[in-house]
Design a binder for this molecule. Structure first.
Ligand code: FEO
Length: 170
């Protein structure tokens, strides 16, 4: 069994990851509406990855002898004025998720819960990658997204993203 505070934080993180999936699907909805199917596809895959994160944490809690409970998932309520807005919101959101993972890690460290620290190592690395992906996308959008041909090419590039199920073996 895990420390109750760690278990509660991890349980809450499941909700945050499912919200992340919901948020990115909402970004995909926006881009579908804008006719940018490559961007929509990229965020659909991002949503699938977030769902995987939720499943991984759920499995860890269950395998550690805890009952998982669910709360309501918040409504994504962002309004976008430009194509750059969701990209900026995505980076901001990933920084927030990194802060949540870091908080759980710090709690585990404080009580010498090495098992949870080892479990979270994957998430720490993943957050680094997700922040970098979000930053790269913003950079590309600023460089190429302001004229139709550049936006078209970027949309094509993003349509090539392939979903790979997240796993701790990576
Ligand atoms: Fe599951 Fe994008 O963090």
């Amino acid at each position: 069994m895990l420390n109750e505070k760690i278990a509660a934080l991890l349980n809450d993180q499941i909700n945050k990851e499912l919200y992340s999936a919901y948020l990115y699907l909402d970004f995909a909805n926006y881009f579908e509406d804008e006719g940018l199917d490559g961007f929509a596809h990229w965020y659909e895959i991002q949503a699938q990855e977030e769902r995987d994160h939720a499943f991984m944490i759920r499995r860890y809690l269950i395998d550690s002898g805890h009952r998982v409970t669910f709360d309501a998932i918040a409504k994504p309520d962002k309004v976008f004025k430009t194509h750059l807005d969701p990209l900026d919101a995505g980076l901001e959101h990933e920084k927030y998720v990194t802060s949540l993972i870091t908080k759980i890690y710090a709690e585990a460290f404080a009580i010498g819960d090495f098992k949870t620290m080892q479990f979270l190592d994957w998430f720490v690395k993943e957050q680094g990658e997700e922040e970098k992906n979000a930053e790269d996308l913003i950079k590309k959008m600023k460089l190429f997204g302001n004229e139709p041909k550049g936006l078209y090419m970027l949309n094509q590039e993003l349509s090539a993203r392939v979903y790979t199920p997240a796993s701790q073996a990576e």
